[in-house]
Design a protein around this ligand. Sequence first.
Ligand code: PMP
Length: 458
Amino acid sequence: MSQQHTTQDWRAMDAAHHLHPFSDTKGLNAQGARVITHADGIYLWDSEGNKITDGMAGLWCVNIGYGRKDLPEVAKRQMEELAYYNTFFKTTHPKVAELSALLASVAPDGFEHVFYTNSGSESVDTMIRMVRHYWSSVGKPEKKVLIGRWNGYHGSTIGGASLGGMSYMHEQGDLPIPGIAHVEQPWYYKHGKDLTPEEFGIQAAQWIEAKILEVGADKVAAFVGEPVQGAGGVIIPPSTYWPEVERICRKYDVLLVADEVICGFGRTGEWFGQTHFGFKPDMFTTAKGLSSGYLPIGAVFVGERVARGLIEEGGDFNHGFTYSGHPVCAAVAHANVAALRDEGIVERVKNATGPYMQQRWREVFGQFAHVDDVRGVGLIQAFTLVKNKATRELFDNWGEAGTQCRDIFFKHNLIMRACGDHIVCAPPLVITKAEIDAMLETAVACLREFEQLVAARS
Ligand code: PMP
């Protein structure tokens, strides 16, 4: 029984047998993992009884907050009724049908079809196969190349990691696979130079046009991007970027795909990031907020054009997962999405907590000597730790300052994440204004401690 174990026991078992994702096992084991035992609202508790504010909604996924009583009830009922059945061979089940209809109702116009997966990575890999199958179904099998962006993140599977632009991931396992190209990210602070943000947005979009021309438009299947690059450090493109990307994709008959795994289900204050930025993709990938992390489920939303091609011309799509549309995950996702809608949670992010967070975030962090590019939208925000604000000089050893700062937050029981030297924050969407104030008060104290460290070193 786990109740009889102590923190030390769990750490020992973990160190002996558990290989952690995105971790240096040797370093982690020397230190010992923090053992999280329960959670409620925006708070976590560890096995030592510390109460921790989760400024990251887990991994940007617990949109509805922790500790809901209704979602486990739904899961229990569904497990008792139909714990599992597949959707491969001419069968469906009530919850997956109901979820599909609900998703079509919250999606932007023109998205009437979804394909289910178990994670963001699987959604991305499914999208890659679907895009290529679409083009070959409509008589253009040579259109195979997908263009992603450097520093974009699209998951850890071979397809997702290839399409993503994390060079430290490419280094492990001979990635990217063939048929993937990358362009530079729309990071104004670093690449904007003398341009206005609006001019830079157009320029960054035109890097995609240049890549399409370099590869050959007849070979390019799709451009894929996160509306806001999440794991890349909350890179928010200028307002001109996405409409120009859409124009370019249309011009060269290249499919436009949004990876909404983070932005989806309310993070930006809209149901999907594409609405905030004003563009219309042909497909988009989701996971995370679809079930608020209560169970693993993802979905690829397929727009009219691709759906018509696949359905009318595609025949069998030879792709699927044992747990595509798992009844228990589908039931929980349905209850979660209905609650996000019916309790006005997404609306509150748009009209109340999102604008409040953005105003306070800029107020409190704008004043620090080593904090710059203070930015955000809805309930996703970030700033960058810099050596010199006037010259925009970054710290040496990219990521070192970020890790130091993140560790100070962690010590003070506040979770924010370091992506290189970007400090990012994406709390559960149920966070209140009072909780935002309390969280930022702690964060400010942590930043003071960080700046004292920097001052002591120089
Ligand atoms: N796409 C994006 C934009 C993501 O942020 C992530 C995860 N952070 C993924 C895909 C992969 O999702 P998962 O970890 O569920 O496979």
